[in-house]
Design a protein around this ligand. Structure first.
Ligand code: SF4
Length: 72
């Protein structure tokens, strides 16, 4: 299971990186980005917490990539 992040919805509040810096970090374009890594255990729990608190629902934890506002 991996994290995906819809940059179109990211307002770069910084919460995801603050909660789970092993998965989410600032990108060069002033948005956050999700690392391409398999999540399990505490890392998965932390990433799911970031998904839950993201104010713009830009984060998806799972195998479906997010494109724009659509999860495919
Ligand atoms: S919590 Fe959501 S809006 Fe905030 S930086 Fe992360 S992805 Fe962007």
């Amino acid at each position: 299971m991996k994290a995906s992040l819809d940059k179109l919805n990211c307002i770069f509040c910084g919460m995801c990186g603050g909660i789970c810096s092993d998965v989410f970090r600032a990108d060069f374009d002033g948005k956050s980005v999700a690392m391409d890594k398999e999540l399990s255990g505490e890392l998965l729990a932390s990433a799911k917490y970031a998904e839950a608190v993201c104010p713009t629902w830009a984060i998806t934890i799972g195998n479906s990539p997010v494109v724009g506002n659509l999860t495919i």
